[in-house]
Design a binder for this molecule. Sequence first.
Ligand SMILES: Cc1cc2nc3c(=O)[nH]c(=O)nc-3n(C[C@H](O)[C@H](O)[C@H](O)COP(=O)(O)O)c2cc1C
Length: 189
Amino acid sequence: MIKGLIKKNRSIRRFKKGVRITKKTLIELVELARLSASAANLQPLKYLLSYDSEKNNKIFPHTKWAGYLSDWDGPLMSERPSAYILILGDTTITKSFGCDHGIAAQNILLGAVEKGLGGCILGALNRKGLHDSLNIPSRYEILLAVALGKPDEKVIIETACDDNIKYWRDEKDVLHVPKRPLEELILEL
Ligand SMILES: Cc1cc2nc3c(=O)[nH]c(=O)nc-3n(C[C@H](O)[C@H](O)[C@H](O)COP(=O)(O)O)c2cc1C
């Protein structure tokens, strides 16, 4: 059921150690992005795959994790993602990528969850650092990264109240993610 998959697809920031994600698996996930909606069907997105520790180590230092968890410095070495898919915008096709990359990222993550994996969309990136460290040509704009791995963290969705939307971790290290209630979202104008 799509709702089950969407509920299971929580942002995961800690991953099981020693789990390899193959290039083939990442290609299967990019296939889901390839089939996504695209404004004017321009399909300006390109994907950079990272599935070995050498490339992963070039990416991680340029990522930022869980801004609301001020007492947490991000995943430990042993908890880091097994793979990444960087979503790039090809500026020779268009300079404006709309929300194509968000849709692509979500489809990648839903596919990952279906495969028993999990991940997190990363938009807070040191883009200059990534360009340099991966030698990404300047024609590609770095839009998002999707970090992937085998989840090693428990996440609970709860209903947000009093506008409090900050996620938090409890004493058992469970992440609580408040979602605004439906009646707040649907406008009766
Ligand atoms: C466009 C976008 C950018 C995001 N960037 C980051 C990021 O840089 N670092 C991070 O830890 N989480 C990032 N997230 C994950 C959000 O924090 C997460 O979606 C939110 O806390 C709700 O949790 P949920 O995905 O489990 O519903 C991003 C999510 C989106 C949609």
